[in-house]
Structure formats: structure tokens, C-alpha cells
Design a protein around this ligand. Structure first.
Ligand code: GLP
Length: 258
């Protein structure tokens, strides 16, 4: 696991550099897209490069992580609407190139199976962008999630519903109780993973993710078993890392393999 502690202003550009390098090597790369406020700095940096014609996602494809259950297409809080506004409509993906799980399907189990199949048919995710919940969830894999789980329906914790109420006008009762989410096993299949977190509220979850024991209690800890993960955090999110000085040192003196 690479832990990179960087100023918030640099985080978007660092990940945009990674995405640009991936697209240069493989223009039809598959990106894993997270919703939430953490990836916005990445989407802004990528959108700027696309606007300046330095980068094109015209042949790339994208898969979202998760979706609320029961929000119809076009609902302002539905993640497919959110990712469209935050990212897809600002870049040059081909129509239909970005897909998400259908949380409004009549048969949610079938929709989850379909979604797993569509990721497989696309050849899997090359670069997965992740945020992290204050309770250590990634996508919507709440504490107790099987470390081997696949896309399925989950029940949100009270903590997650409270954290996400800000997107529903502050009304926790408006936040759905259920979601469909890629499983931890699904996410672990991505060839590379970049997790971004900023601010004090994420410090506890980041400490568990990087230095805690692997446990379903803090689902993000499963990433310790992935071979290519970068955890990109600002000083505040890194503030509870016991080995923060070592991570800074290791990054400053990283061995660049030719
Ligand atoms: C939601 C999403 C996650 C996201 C998390 C943190 O629960 N399902 O994918 O990582 O929120 O969001 P934020 O980045 O806004 O703190």
C-alpha cells in the first residue's frame, strides 16, 4: 500500500496524472467511479484537461460503485444523476459509456448479477477511484460486509444516512435505507485502486485502513490485501497515522523503477 500525504490542492492533479498515463497507454481503459465529495477534486482536474484537449475519455468506459434503492432515474440524489452532473457531462465519454447498478429495478438481485456481468464483459476495472465513509465503508459496504462480497443489496447504517443527509436537504428521513453496491470482492478485482480522503472526520477510518487489523468491522481494511493501492490523504485525514513520518519519508525518497 502506498500512502501519500499531500496538500488537498494537489490531490486532484496527482490522480488526474495517473488517469492521463493510463489513458495514454490504453485509450479504452475502464475507470471505476465513486460518488461523494472526495473524488470531486479529481473530476475537476480531469474535466479541465479534457476541456484543454490534453486528455480524451472518448474511448474509455466507466462503472459506478453503488446506488440508492428506490430513487427513480432523474432523481437529483440518484448517484447516476450525481455522477452525470459531477463528471460525465463535463468530459467526452461516448454516450452510454458509464454505467451504474440499477437501484430502481423491479428485480434487484437480477440487476446486481447483470451489473457484475457487465463489468466482467468490459474486461474489469483498470483504475478504481474510492472515497471512504467515516465508519470505514467503501462504496456502500458497511461494517460487517463480507470481505469476499459481490454486488448486492445492503442496509445503510444510521451513521452513513446521517453523513449523507446533507445531499438530501439535511433531511435524514429522505435518505434511502437501502442501496445496491459493488461488493468488497468486486472492488478488489480492480487492477489498481486509488482511495482519496481529506479532513479530520476521515482520520479514524484512515488509521484503521492503513494500520489496523483487517476486519469486516472496518471494511476498507480489505484493501491491505490488494497489490496496487494508493491511499492519498491530506494532513488532517493522516493525523491519526502512527507512521505518518515514515510515509512522508518513503514518498520523498521513493525508488523509481525504470
Ligand atoms: C458514500 C459513498 C461512498 C463514499 C462515501 C464518502 O457513502 N457511497 O462511495 O466514499 O460516501 O463520501 P464523501 O467523499 O462525500 O465523504
Amino acid at each position: 500500500m502506498d500512502v501519500v500525504i499531500a496538500p488537498d490542492e494537489q490531490i486532484g492533479e496527482i490522480v488526474a496524472d495517473d488517469i492521463a498515463a493510463l489513458i495514454a497507454a490504453r485509450p479504452d481503459a475502464v475507470l471505476g467511479l465513486a460518488t461523494g465529495s472526495s473524488p470531486l477534486r479529481i473530476y475537476d482536474a480531469v474535466a479541465e484537461r479534457v476541456a484543454r484537449k490534453q486528455l480524451s475519455l472518448a474511448r474509455a468506459r466507466g462503472f459506478m460503485l453503488d446506488e440508492y434503492v428506490g430513487l427513480p432515474p432523474g432523481h437529483p440524489c440518484r448517484y447516476s444523476t450525481v455522477i452525470d452532473e459531477d463528471f460525465v457531462s463535463r468530459v467526452d465519454f461516448a454516450p452510454g459509456a458509464v454505467r451504474g447498478p440499477d437501484g430502481d429495478a423491479a428485480d434487484l438481485t437480477a440487476a446486481c448479477t447483470d451489473y457484475e456481468e457487465s463489468i466482467g464483459e468490459a474486461g474489469g476495472v483498470d483504475l478504481q477511484i474510492l472515497g471512504i465513509g467515516t465508519d470505514g465503508h467503501i462504496a456502500f459496504n458497511e461494517p460487517g460486509s463480507s470481505l469476499a462480497s459481490r454486488t448486492r443489496v445492503k442496509t445503510l447504517t444510521a451513521q452513513t444516512r446521517a453523513d449523507n443527509a446533507r445531499f438530501f436537504g439535511g433531511d435524514i428521513d429522505a435518505v434511502p435505507r437501502h442501496c445496491v453496491t459493488q461488493g468488497l470482492g468486486t472492488i478488489m478485482d480492480a487492477r489498481r485502486i486509488v482511495l482519496v480522503a481529506t479532513g479530520d472526520a476521515k482520520a479514524e477510518a484512515i488509521a484503521h485502513l492503513v494500520e489496523g487489523p483487517v476486519s469486516a468491522r472496518w471494511p476498507a481494511t480489505v484493501l491491505q490485501h490488494h497489490r496496487r493501492v494508493t491511499v492519498l490523504v491530506d494532513d488532517a485525514a493522516a493525523s491519526r497515522l502512527e507512521l505518518a513520518d515514515y510515509y512522508r519519508h518513503a514518498h520523498a525518497h521513493r525508488h523509481l523503477v525504470s
